[in-house]
Design a protein around this ligand. Structure first.
Ligand SMILES: [Zn+2]
Length: 83
């Protein structure tokens, strides 16, 4: 069997037509000095040594605006984890 590479994505339901939409996640590319700060903030580790390989972490950012592939409706986004 052949293999495919899977990617992280956002999923959202259209408020207009109810269609389920997928949107590939955008990998944020912070500056090196911002990266450590972001890692510490996201992992609640303000001080101390960081675990091996921490610099390989990736931060996915969401799109600000999405369009439904079924009806073309456009919406601003919020992250369900931030509510
Ligand atoms: Zn729609």
């Amino acid at each position: 069997m052949r293999t495919v590479e899977v990617h992280q994505a956002w999923v959202w339901d259209c408020e207009k037509c109810g269609g389920e939409n997928f949107c590939r996640a955008i990998v944020a590319d912070p500056m090196p000095d911002e990266k450590e700060e972001l890692y510490r903030e996201l992992n609640d580790q303000p001080f101390g040594d960081l675990p091996p390989g921490w610099e390989n972490f990736q931060m996915m950012t969401r799109p600000d605006v999405v369009a439904c592939v079924y009806c073309g409706g456009c919406f601003e986004t919020t992250d369900c984890r931030e509510e």
